[in-house]
Design a protein around this ligand. Structure first.
Ligand SMILES: NC(=O)c1ccc[n+]([C@@H]2O[C@H](COP(=O)([O-])OP(=O)(O)OC[C@H]3O[C@@H](n4cnc5c(N)ncnc54)[C@H](OP(=O)(O)O)[C@@H]3O)[C@@H](O)[C@H]2O)c1
Length: 212
């Protein structure tokens, strides 16, 4: 089984390292060419290869979308049909430009991702932890120090897969509900990048009022 990465920076490499650890192959892309990812592939080892952006989804079973949010509208959709997409993106107006629908709280970043990839099953995950901690802050199930991470998604099977993946890496997982609830752990919220266990994370995620 292959995990594809659209975006091979901090988050892409961190999640790829974990996927390889669990025995998956990975295929990496960026905004340029496979050639520019030689060092990244060498660092990740023999289970990694690079591809053009347009080919990653076709060569993958699960796709991790992890470029800056400003790139979303340009990302190729071919090959994503029926597949799970893990969306790690956050919204920073200073980097991404202002997006009216987000500023007016009429949508969330992962609902935008779902709209862009209408035939895929988008799960919001790994947006709420610094990249360096993904392959390092790992504890076995039941350990009192185990860190919890939130996810959101509209498809139960896709969420179950992502939850199991995160559990195997070494995290507890809080299902915060459908994609529209993803606002509860976007950057700027009480839950964002807080290193807490499951019970505390649940309190932080639920501390925000409902959205109209
Ligand atoms: N860093 C963190 O700790 C962290 C934590 C949680 C969430 N996030 C979020 O996760 C996303 C990635 O963050 P990051 O820190 O990994 O960013 P990063 O280190 O800057 O890496 C971004 C990657 O995306 C690629 N990219 C840009 N435009 C692209 C396009 N059109 N198609 C394919 N790839 C493209 C870049 O390729 P080029 O080099 O060719 O431009 C680069 O490989 C962001 O939305 C960020 O807000 C980051």
């Amino acid at each position: 089984m292959t995990f594809g990465f659209i975006g091979s920076g901090h988050i892409g490499q961190a999640v790829a390292e974990c996927a390889i650890r669990l025995g998956y192959d990975v295929v990496m892309s960026n905004s340029r060419s496979p050639d520019t990812l030689k060092a990244v592939v060498a660092k990740l080892g023999p289970k990694a290869k690079a591809a053009w952006n347009k080919d990653v989804a076709k060569q993958s079973d699960v796709i991790v979308v992890c470029p800056p949010l400003f790139a979303l509208s340009k990302l190729p959709t071919a090959g994503t049909e029926g597949k799970i997409i893990i969306d790690t993106m956050n919204y920073y107006p200073s980097r991404d430009g202002n997006i009216k629908e987000l500023d007016e709280k009429r949508t969330t970043t992962s609902e935008m991702t779902q709209k862009h990839f209408p035939k895929a099953y988008v799960v919001k995950a790994f947006n709420c932890i610094p990249a360096f901690a993904i392959p390092t802050d790992n504890y076995p199930a039941g350990d009192p120090d185990r860190r919890a991470l939130p996810i959101a998604g509209d498809d139960a099977k896709a969420k179950a897969f992502v939850k199991e993946f995160m559990d195997k890496i070494g995290f507890d997982v809080l299902d915060a509900g459908p994609l529209k609830e993803g606002f509860r752990f976007e950057n700027g919220t009480p839950a964002y990048v807080r290193r807490v266990g499951l019970k505390e994370l649940e309190k932080l995620v639920e501390s925000l009022p409902e959205r109209a």
